[in-house]
Design a protein. Sequence first.
Length: 152
Amino acid sequence: MRLSEVVGSRVDDIVLVADQPHINSTKHPHRGLKTDASERFFSLVGCSLWVATRIREHTSSRFCFPRTGSEAKGNSNAASAAIIKWIKTISGPDAVIRGLIHGFRDSLRAIEALVDIIDQLGGWRLRTVGQGYGDGYSLKLRYRWMSNMVET
């Protein structure tokens, strides 16, 4: 998910009681989406499932991250600054947030995921017209690939 989508997520966007736990990225009055294709589901596995469960159990706000999300507007700049600061404390002063994206793609390559599932999971632009045909991978298959990545 884009950081602005995460920051503006509401607790009711998290779906834990399902065969494939996930979070919905959907338009809200306080937060639009970059494109129509940005309205999608993200599988919750490993740490993301742990965090989502804690948010559902312990957050009294309607927002997953009440310090950066509100009815007025989500503050992705504040969230970005906090994440960058945290990354630098654990990875060194030269670390950048894009390293997380590169690591995500490399982790999927390590389990020999197909390029088009990697692109769909990462939200990257499709390389061919044919990749855009059909409905893409189901939530069940995306969940399975994400689970496989976390298990390795």
